[in-house]
Design a protein around this ligand. Structure first.
Ligand SMILES: NC(=O)C1=CN([C@@H]2O[C@H](COP(=O)(O)OP(=O)(O)OC[C@H]3O[C@@H](n4cnc5c(N)ncnc54)[C@H](OP(=O)(O)O)[C@@H]3O)[C@@H](O)[C@H]2O)C=CC1
Ligand SMILES: O=CC(=O)O
Length: 320
């Protein structure tokens, strides 16, 4: 008899079939208040869970006493309680690398959109307000040749730095706990203290994960250190930025603009002060959202689940 795995996100039929070859698969398109009871009932005898977009905290996982592995279809794993997983010998697998380049594209497009004000100008054209040559009040700023400060020079940070340095001739500086020697050797990137990076960058771009040390790393004090001509980008996690302080800095124009893909609360509530500003570009958490990359993430998560189930934790294991 096959062991049971519960899938908690809609994935294509072909990938479901591939999971069904190894497991007795029970599928949920998503979990919400309407099917939570049913989900909790199904995970009672499951050895594996695979999916994304639902926080599997200890109140949920206590209903799954036979669980051996969780395979998340994401690289970020801040929505898991690692201590709990370790205590209960549950391996957590994730999907690094397959989404790195696509997420870097998304982040670089935030840099371009904010610098050249493309959303604002798109709205201007659509509203019929483009009646003459554009006035210089609507001009953007150059990206090439500028200074880019990266917070979090990991896989995605490096991919953004590569675009910036090799494609746009930018000087890249970065803030990390450890040095990234590949970025320093290949891209001439320089490691800096946070305050110096903030004060000297034309673009500050965060690709930091959510953890205790990154929580509200960028607040009122840090935003005040940035140049008034500088642009702030966040493609990592929303916890890093104090959104009220960011809204104030944008409103008072103490920084020029911001571009965000991630937020403290997602979807971003319509009551957020960020919603009313014209010098911000808001993406709906689409870092990895291309058809090819989302499929690659699903395939990677399936491979991870099968490998971990067979005891192979050598690749893509966050904790065990
Ligand atoms: N917008 C989106 O759709 C997406 C967002 N993400 C987010 O991006 C994050 C990064 O992904 P990825 O590049 O693959 O991950 P990596 O682990 O490769 O990179 C994270 C980097 O952040 C640094 N870092 C971590 N904690 C701190 C800290 N407290 N202070 C300073 N630096 C720190 C790490 O270096 P060191 O440990 O040396 O400090 C590392 O270089 C993910 O965790 C996820 O949250 C990922 C994919 C898509
Ligand atoms: O935010 C996306 C992820 O994969 O993590």
């Amino acid at each position: 008899m096959k062991d049971k795995v519960v899938l908690y996100k809609k994935i294509p039929e072909q990938q479901q079939q591939s999971l069904s070859q190894t497991f007795n698969l029970v599928c949920f398109d998503k979990i919400d208040e309407n099917n939570l009871e049913q989900f909790l009932n199904e995970i009672k005898d499951a050895v594996g869970l695979i999916g994304a977009g639902f926080k599997l905290d200890k109140n949920i996982l206590k209903h799954a006493p036979h669980l051996k592995v969780i395979s998340t279809i994401s690289v970020g794993y801040d929505h898991f309680d690692l201590d709990y997983l370790k205590q209960h010998n549950i391996a957590l697998m994730h999907t690094p690398n397959v989404l790195t380049e696509t997420t870097a594209d998304t982040i670089f497009s935030l840099i371009m959109c904010t610098a050249r004000r493309t959303t604002e100008l798109n709205n201007l054209v659509r509203s019929g307000a483009w009646v003459n040559n554009l006035k210089d009040a609507y001009f953007g700023i150059d990206v090439y040749g500028k200074k880019l400060g990266i917070l979090g020079m990991g896989r995605i940070g490096y991919a953004v730095a590569k675009r910036a340095h090799l494609g746009f001739d930018m000087q890249v500086n970065y803030y990390n706990r450890s040095a990234n020697s590949a970025a320093e050797t290949n891209l001439k990137a320089q490691k800096m203290e946070l305050d110096e990076l903030l004060a000297t960058s034309d673009f500050v771009c965060s690709i930091l994960p959510a953890n205790q040390q990154t929580d509200l790393l960028i607040g009122q004090r840090e935003l005040a250190l940035m140049k008034s001509s500088a642009i702030f980008i966040n493609g990592g996690r929303g916890n890093v930025v104090d959104e009220d302080a960011l809204a104030k800095a944008l409103q008072d124009r103490t920084i020029r603009a911001a571009g965000l893909d991630v937020y403290k609360v997602e979807p971003l509530p319509t009551s957020s002060p960020l919603m009313d500003l014209d010098n911000i570009v808001l993406f709906p958490h689409i870092g990895s959202a291309t058809a090819e990359t989302r499929l690659a993430m699903i395939d990677c998560a399936i491979d991870n689940l099968v490998a971990a189930y067979h005891g192979d934790l050598s690749k893509n294991c966050v904790s065990h």
